[in-house]
Design a protein. Structure first.
Length: 473
């Protein structure tokens, strides 16, 4: 299996090379040359597999340059009951007739990003060892991504992590999660500024070609192919959990921001998993809702990107969306290049002429949920079913219930646990004790390690120089 860029100007590459990449050199996103088909007989075989066995079966079709035994070892070390709270890894529970919740948030940082990031940590370490290379990860986070990356990469060989966060802007729980880590290779940097300032610093350093080469800079952001790949697995797992035969169809509702999670569902569907509809749920930052309903895509300027109570979906543009558009436009990479170069400078595009294919051929639907909607949904589920969900998951359930058709089975992705967003839970239902997993007991009382810096890329570069030796040129 070779990997190519959506922009068509990057030579085909192997999985191991793509794994360590951010954007392709031509500015596009990397993806496999084709999505391998899985027939009904194979689905039957996969139905009874354990999570790590299923992960191996799926990933083996994409990571063809990694020896079977090594990939097996990697997924077995990643997907354990110890790390994810149960042998099921991503357990499904029933909410109502035809409505289920897929628990994706039982990993170390209580958000779905752990499922992919934990794999990525092991895969990075493996590939770097094979290549006798190292990597210096720099990232910007407003919460979930940074902690998931740090918990996945802590203590890993040949990897240093510098994670920038806006000083004083994350929740107490999120700060405690990141700053309490004591591993030598994890460096927390709080920037006197906003999330966008952190992101600008990361961009500035990444674009300094000399600095990048000297320190082997890399990223683990949401466009990483390894993350998408790892997420495909739980769509299969969830489908098997609620069906008895491959004749049944199941839909998924996915709280979406950068289109990473639901993109994995889209690929599972392309591989032949009998998925009915892929329901994209957005918050007030509704660029995807507009596209999937009207066919027009218009990225938001920064001053129109709202800060909401489902903050992990507060995006101005959906960075993985290009992977779907590439397929939708029948792999016309010149057209994709033109459209997304426009997006880079704030322009939108209109594909309403193919909206029918988006909905029928590819199964996409979308809806939107607001602050009032998520408060109402959290309260309703709590009072009706004694079921507590986080604000992002609430967005997905709200949209699922709104769009559900007669007899349609929908699985709603639980993308974080409520304890991470206690403030909004309390706003919705009043003061209550929110259950937290044992490993997070007393988290906020641990000593915190963070370096506070002025909003200046040079100061961050200095920090990196202090801990990482430059390559000799
Ligand atoms: C990252 C995140 C999302 C959005 O996922 P995408 O892959 O960016 O669409 C939704 N909910 C939570 C809790 C997240 O952390």
């Amino acid at each position: 299996m070779k990997y190519i860029s959506t922009r068509g100007k990057t030579a085909p590459m192997d999985f191991s090379d793509v794994l360590l990449m951010g954007l392709a050199p031509d500015g596009g996103l990397m993806l496999p040359e084709y999505y391998p088909l899985v027939d009904s007989e194979t689905l039957d075989e996969w139905r009874t597999l354990s999570y790590p066995q299923l992960a191996l079966a799926v990933m083996q079709r994409f990571a063809t340059d990694i020896p079977y035994v090594d990939l097996k070892d990697m997924v077995e070390r990643t997907y354990t009951a110890d790390v994810f709270g149960s042998a099921e890894i991503t357990p499904v529970r029933q909410l109502e007739d035809n409505l289920y919740i897929l628990g994706l948030s039982n990993g170390p940082t209580l958000a779905f990003k752990d499922v992919a990031m934990q794999f990525l940590g092991n895969a990075f370490e493996y590939v770097l060892k094979q290549k006798e290379a190292r990597i210096t990860i720099i990232g910007a986070t407003s919460g979930d991504t940074g902690s998931a990356a740090e918990y996945a990469l802590r203590g890993k060989e040949n990897i240093e992590v510098f994670m920038l966060s806006p000083h004083g802007k994350m929740s107490e729980f999120q700060r405690a999660q990141m700053y309490s880590l004591t591993d030598d290779n994890i460096h927390n940097i709080a920037i006197d500024g906003m999330f966008d300032d952190c992101q600008d610093i990361v961009k500035a350093l990444q674009q300094d070609a000399e600095f990048k080469a000297a320190y082997d800079l890399g990223t683990v952001n949401s466009i990483n192919w390894g993350r998408i790949l790892a997420q495909i697995v739980y769509y299969f797992k969830a489908y098997f959990a609620v069906t008895n035969s491959n004749d049944e169809k199941v839909s998924f509702s996915v709280p979406s921001g950068n289109f990473g999670n639901v993109c994995a569902g889209h690929i599972a569907r392309e591989m032949g998993l009998p998925i009915g509809r892929l329901i994209v749920a957005t918050n007030e930052n509704d660029v995807l809702n507009d596209f999937f309903n009207q066919g027009a895509y218009q990225p938001r300027p920064t001053d129109k990107t709202y800060v909401t109570s489902s903050p992990s979906m507060d995006i101005s543009k959906a960075s993985n969306f290009e992977r779907f558009v590439y397929l939708l436009l029948e792999k016309d990479s010149a057209r994709v290049h033109e459209l997304f170069e426009g997006v880079k400078s704030g322009q939108g595009f209109d594909l309403s002429d193919v909206l029918d294919a988006v909905n029928t051929r590819y199964g996409f639907a979308a809806g939107k949920s607001t602050h009032a909607d998520r408060l109402h949904t959290i309260k309703f589920l709590y009072e009706q079913y004694d079921e507590l969900v986080d604000p992002h998951t609430a967005d997905g359930i709200k949209v699922a219930k709104e769009l559900q058709q007669d007899g349609e089975v929908i699985i709603c992705a639980e993308t974080a646990l409520p304890v991470k967003f206690a403030e909004t839970i309390v706003e919705a239902i009043g003061p209550i004790d929110i259950v937290r997993p044992p490993h997070t007991e007393g988290l906020e009382t641990l000593e915190q390690h963070v370096t506070v810096l002025d909003n200046d890329a040079k100061l961050v570069a200095e920090q990196i120089r202090q801990y990482v030796k430059p390559n000799l040129t």
